[in-house]
Ligand binder design. Structure first.
Ligand code: ADP
Ligand code: ZN
Ligand code: ZN
Length: 763
């Protein structure tokens, strides 16, 4: 048999017809390819290759080398011609068999090729092994005495070098050796050349970044509901096995304290815990609080730079960090002994990954726990309707309630300001209503802080002509542009195109002065500054908050009371805990600005509830004013009364009537291309294929909505269409997707093709 030639990456070296029993690796390439490939493992790699490791393999006719994960190894009887693996990329596997199984499930469920899915499980930095330092140490090969007794002169420097090494118990690092022996690199080089010493190179991890903040234990004891919740969850942890518990408690009811007790119980069993939180920038406060309660915390988030991330990963895998707190990717933390996964604010939309694999962290966490046979704890004040249904009608999850705020603090009082009476064309009218401003004045008078939330950045979100209804839109995206004060220009929030705002309507026969309505953060800031000239006002939106430390700075300034009024977009409504804020105003609690699909009421309810939850967390007397154009809708009415259960019952009934999740499963196919006619042809034929697959099902259980233009019809120069596959049960969805993947339909030839299983947004 010919030996594999390392340069013959593309050639077959096992000829057809021969019978061979060789080590064969199954490899999932990091490419949009659905099927794994088999390769022969060359003998020199045979004892180094493990399942989970990355390899370079030849692909296609020309044998271009491509990265892939080895997903199985076996000595099988092969008759087909196989090409050999070219080389190994990693010297160890980063995927345990368990994580590999989780990856397989995700690949199928989220319709994403296995190789690409596995790549999402192992952070880039970990794969590059950044953060490891190279250590070069020198070792004596022969005894010093033997070398000196040899014929030939040995210089004093060389002798010093050899003696220093001999006196040292173990090999010395190069720099230390040269310093101790008072000699130079040239001497060392000649000693190596003469075969007296050798240099050993090692890659060693640096210690991971530490979160050892001072330990602080609270002085309060748990209240009755917290105690009961801890007992109930404790029983599940004690019993072991898979279970899902939803900790349902209003904001400020002390959920975090319950997580901490549960986590400690698991640590006491000698196991690890993973606590998942939404976007970390918003949760630095939570991380600080938790880090102060545990000894060995690892924090995993998107802001963690290369080396820190890879070192943290290594420390978790090695078991030296037992508490993992993090955002999305932390759900894949390589814990060897996980005992519990906690998902805080389980309804948060930032848990959905926006690139393939388009997974949802909560759902992956539940799947992972099920595979491991461990409990999951979900927490929320406004649970997703998916989780709620699983508790109530399905009985898949158990619900544990914390019905009241701790220390019996009342929920804030919420007032609705009906804005319908305002004429939308009167741009000279103030954006903030009288009731809201009066409350801000009272709050400032009591030396307390106010937070004003507005859902839009910029100054005005709609630039238009009142006569002919022309509207300034982005020429690439077909969405309205937002006017920003500092730049004096309008910007598209999707593609960042900028144009100068015209003073007159560009319609030649019209020429009416244009209006700017739909106030943004900048406009509100201006109005408050005029009304309260002495107040210290700060605006927090993604124009002013760019880095994680900006949040920290903001939190510090708020707690030291350097700010009287904070204005911000919904980013400030989430996670931040401001003890001295007694008033919260919400400028436009409307569906505008939230994308309009079947989930918009749910989002509106969550937004109002979250924002209202910021008021009066420390003392009684919190007050909230909500300006809205839709005071009668259930989402607003129920949020005002802090009545999630009423909202959920109402909304679930509607979803069931319309056949939407959580009563059905959706898969969304998005097609985008600059050539509109071509795009429509492709979409139509794809839809026809899907209909055929649906018709082939033994029983009816699926339908197809569309094709239709997306809500965002044009984006960055491409037209967009979508199709929604709706199935009654996930089994049916999987069967249809399997058929698509199985080669039933070729991949659509358009610029962008996205498959989004369980989509959160339909924009
Ligand atoms: P949630 O996560 O439900 O919004 P937190 O856990 O953040 O609530 O608790 C709100 C505040 O109340 C925190 O500052 C916390 O330290 C405090 N707290 C929690 N439990 C108690 C308790 N039993 N008695 C007094 N204060 C408590
Ligand atoms: Zn006009
Ligand atoms: Zn645009």
């Amino acid at each position: 048999m010919p030996k594999p030639d390392p340069h013959s990456a593309g050639r077959l070296w096992i000829e057809e017809g021969e019978n061979h029993t060789d080590l064969v690796a199954t490899v999932a390439p990091l490419a949009p390819i659905d099927k794994p490939y088999s390769y022969v493992v060359p003998s020199e790699l045979a004892d180094r290759l493990e399942v989970g490791q990355r390899v370079l393999v030849p692909m296609g006719k020309r044998g271009r080398l491509m990265e892939g994960f080895c997903i199985a190894l076996g000595t099988e009887h092969w008759q087909n011609p196989l090409r050999p693996i070219d080389s190994l990329i990693d010297d160890q596997s980063y995927l345990s068999p368990h994580l590999l199984d989780l990856g397989r499930w995700m690949s199928r469920h989220y319709y994403c090729p296995l190789g690409l899915t596995l790549a999402a499980l192992v952070p880039e930095a970990v794969r590059r092994k950044s953060g490891f330092v190279t250590v070069r140490r020198v070792r004596l090969i022969r005894s010093c005495e033997a070398i000196i007794s040899e014929p030939g002169r040995i210089g004093p420097k060389s002798q010093a070098l050899l003696e220093t090494l001999e006196q040292a118990e173990s090999p010395l690092e190069v720099e230390a050796l040269l310093a101790q022996a008072r000699t130079t690199a040239a001497t060392l080089r000649s000693a190596v050349n003469k075969g007296w010493v050798e240099i050993i190179t090692e890659r060693r991890p640096k210690p991971p970044p530490s979160w050892d903040v001072p330990r602080v234990e609270p002085t309060f004891s748990l209240n009755q509901s917290q105690t009961e919740a801890c007992e109930r969850i404790g029983e599940k942890i004690e019993a072991g096995g898979f279970s899902v518990t939803l900790l349902y408690g209003v904001s400020g009811s002390g959920k975090t304290e319950v997580y901490i007790r549960a986590m400690r119980q698991v640590l006491g069993q000698g196991r690890q815990v993973i606590l998942l939180v939404p976007e970390i920038a918003l949760t630095t406060q939570l991380v600080q609080r938790l880090a102060a309660r545990f000894d060995d915390v690892a924090v995993v988030h998107s802001g963690l730079r290369g080396p820190d991330r890879s070192l943290t990963w290594t420390a978790i895998a090695g078991g030296s960090r037992r508490v993992v707190i993090g955002t999305r990717s932390a759900v894949f933390a390589p814990c060897s002994q996980p005992g519990l996964i906690v998902v805080d604010e389980e309804q948060e939309s930032s848990y959905k990954n926006l690139q393939a694999p388009r997974f949802h962290v909560r759902d992956v966490a539940i799947k992972r726990a099920q595979m491991l046979g461990i409990p999951v704890l979900l927490g929320s004040a406004t649970p997703s309707l998916e989780s709620w249904l699983n508790c109530t009608r399905m009985g898949h999850y158990e619900r544990v309630d914390l019905p009241r705020r701790v220390r019996d603090l009342p929920m804030p009082q919420v007032e609705i300001a009906d804005m319908r009476t305002r004429s939308p064309t009167r741009q000279d009218l103030p954006v903030l209503c009288h009731a809201l401003k009066a409350k801000v004045a009272e709050t400032l008078g009591r030396q307390e802080q106010a937070v004003i939330l507005i859902n839009r950045r910029g100054y005005a979100s709609m630039i238009w002509c009142p006569t002919c209804h022309w509207r300034l839109c982005c020429s690439h995206c077909n969405v309205g542009m937002v006017f920003h004060l500092s730049k004096g220009q309008a910007t598209c929030h999707y593609c960042r195109t900028r144009v100068t705002v015209p003073e007159l309507c560009p319609n030649p026969s019209c020429r009416t002065p244009v209006l700017q309505s739909g106030a943004g953060t900048q406009r509100v800031e201006q109005e408050l500054a005029e009304a309260f000239p002495k107040a210290r006002i700060v605006r927090a939106d993604s124009d002013t908050m760019k880095r994680g430390c900006d949040y920290q700075h903001l939190v510090d300034r708020l707690s030291s009371r350097e700010i009287d009024i904070l204005i911000g977009t919904q980013m400030i409504g989430k996670g931040l805990d401001f003890p001295h804020v007694s008033f919260v105003g919400m400028v436009s609690a409307d569906l505008v600005g939230l994308s309009s699909d079947f989930r918009s009421s749910e989002r509106l309810f969550q937004l109002i509830t979250q924002v209202a939850g910021r008021a009066g967390r420390e003392r009684a007397g919190g007050y909230v004013v909500i300006q809205t154009l839709m005071p009668d809708v259930t989402a607003v009415q129920a949020a005002v009364q802090h009545d999630f259960e009423r909202f959920a019952a109402d909304e679930l009934e509607m979803r069931q009537r319309l056949g939407f999740p959580p009563f059905t499963r959706l898969t969304r196919f998005v097609f985008a291309d600059p050539r509109e006619r071509h795009l429509r042809n492709v979409v139509e034929s794809f839809a026809a294929d899907l209909r055929r697959h649906i018709a082939d099902l033994p029983a009816p259980g699926a339908d197809l909505l569309g094709p239709q233009p997306c809500i965002l019809r044009r984006l960055r120069g491409s037209y967009r269409y979508d199709l929604l596959l709706r199935t009654g049960h996930s089994d049916i969805m999987h069967r249809i997707l399997d058929r698509l993947r199985g080669g039933g339909s070729p991949r659509p030839q358009v610029k962008t093709f996205v498959v989004d299983v369980d989509p959160l947004s339909l924009a």
